[in-house]
Design a protein around this ligand. Structure first.
Ligand code: ATP
Ligand code: MG
Ligand code: MG
Length: 143
């Protein structure tokens, strides 16, 4: 059984479809838990050779947006009566998702095919591509 379900969430349309599927899967699996992971990174920019952090005020905006993204999922899950938790983790998305899956012994990763950015003609974004490529467990890619 896919008892421990990891949903990778970035607030995108595909991620919301993936969320619906993850909820369905959790509902039909007795004793399951749903772990929603949203990874965020503080942006950096180049000054000459070096990568420099952006001003604190800009970083705060990114953090606030990440919190807002998790709040939306929490609200969506409130009425479902599932054993669910929503995690906001700092780090690069694919790496963070894969590490969380490993550390928490997840049984399946549910992920959107595309996200917020990227080039429309590609079937997968870089995050879903890397997760499918490197995951040791089944990955459900939702289009
Ligand atoms: P790219 O990011 O390569 O420009 P993209 O944004 O279209 O392209 P991805 O970022 O790969 O595509 O998004 C595919 C899926 O990966 C999303 O639907 C979501 O499930 C997951 N994902 C993307 N970013 C994150 C994130 N920061 N935290 C958690 N899951 C994410
Ligand atoms: Mg993306
Ligand atoms: Mg990206």
């Amino acid at each position: 059984l896919f008892s421990k379900i990891l949903l990778a969430y970035d607030g995108s349309k595909a991620a919301n479809k993936a969320l619906d599927r993850a909820v369905e899967l959790a509902k039909v699996t007795p004793g399951s838990s749903l772990h929603v992971v949203h990874a965020f990174e503080f942006p950096r920019f180049f000054i000459g050779e070096a990568l420099a952090p952006l001003p604190a005020s800009v970083n705060k905006d990114y953090y606030d947006l990440a919190v807002q993204t998790t709040e939306e999922v929490k609200k969506r899950l409130e009425t479902e009566g599932l054993n669910a938790k929503v995690e906001l983790l700092q780090g690069s998305p694919a790496e963070t998702i894969l590490k969380y899956a490993k550390d928490n012994a997840a049984d399946i990763i549910v992920i959107g095919s595309r996200g917020l950015g990227g080039i429309r003609e590609f079937v997968l974004g870089s995050v879903s591509h890397n997760v499918v490529q490197s995951a040791k467990i089944p990955v459900l890619v939702v289009k």
